[in-house]
Design a binder for this molecule. Structure first.
Ligand SMILES: [Fe+2]
Length: 183
């Protein structure tokens, strides 16, 4: 392995966003991307609630819809704190993940626990995408010296993790067993 020869560390933590315009641009791109994704979920989650059968699952997604609206508001705050315009940039990944969820609903029978299992699988993929995004953006906000923004992103990250855990609980305690008993 090649040894670092310079006296300067390879990576340093910037304290001003102006110090690293390219990195700041990458960060803003990420914020606009997840802003689109959260808004897309606000539109998409009601279909999932309607398609689900288990009350526990319906409640879990209903709660997450309310949280998702909070996530949108928090991102609007982030734009404001950074003195940037509120802009959404289409997130192809989230579009793909929600299409996959709709595909599962179409390919399963209404009123079955099997469909519920499919909805949980699709929803957990969404949660994991959001966890990855908020985890990365929280870290980047810190690197760029936006500590107040990092705090907000971290709050959302915590809620996404809790939502993911709740879906696991619903699968374990309710839906998966029922689905395994279905003919
Ligand atoms: Fe969210």
């Amino acid at each position: 392995m090649k040894k670092e020869t310079g006296a300067e560390p390879k990576f340093t933590t910037k304290t001003s966003p102006k110090a690293e315009p390219a990195l700041n641009e990458l960060f803003m791109d990420g914020i606009m991307d997840i802003f689109w994704a959260e808004n897309h979920l606000v539109k998409n989650l009601p279909k999932m609630i309607e398609s689900a059968t288990s009350d526990k699952l319906k409640n879990a997604i209903t709660d997450h819809l309310a949280q998702t609206k909070t996530h949108v508001t928090r991102l609007e705050q982030v734009f404001e704190m950074l003195g940037e315009k509120v802009l959404a940039k289409k997130c192809d990944a989230m579009e793909g993940l929600t299409k996959e969820g709709e595909g599962i609903v179409e390919s399963t029978e209404a009123g079955t626990a099997t469909r519920d299992v499919g909805i949980i699988l699709a929803s957990q993929k969404v949660e994991h995408y959001e966890i990855a995004t908020y985890g990365g953006l929280t870290q980047l906000a810190k690197t760029l010296g936006h500590h107040d923004v990092a705090e907000l992103l971290y709050q959302t990250l915590t809620e996404e993790k809790a939502a993911d855990q709740l879906l696991t609980d619903v699968a374990e305690s309710d839906v998966n067993y029922k689905a395994s008993e279905e003919a």
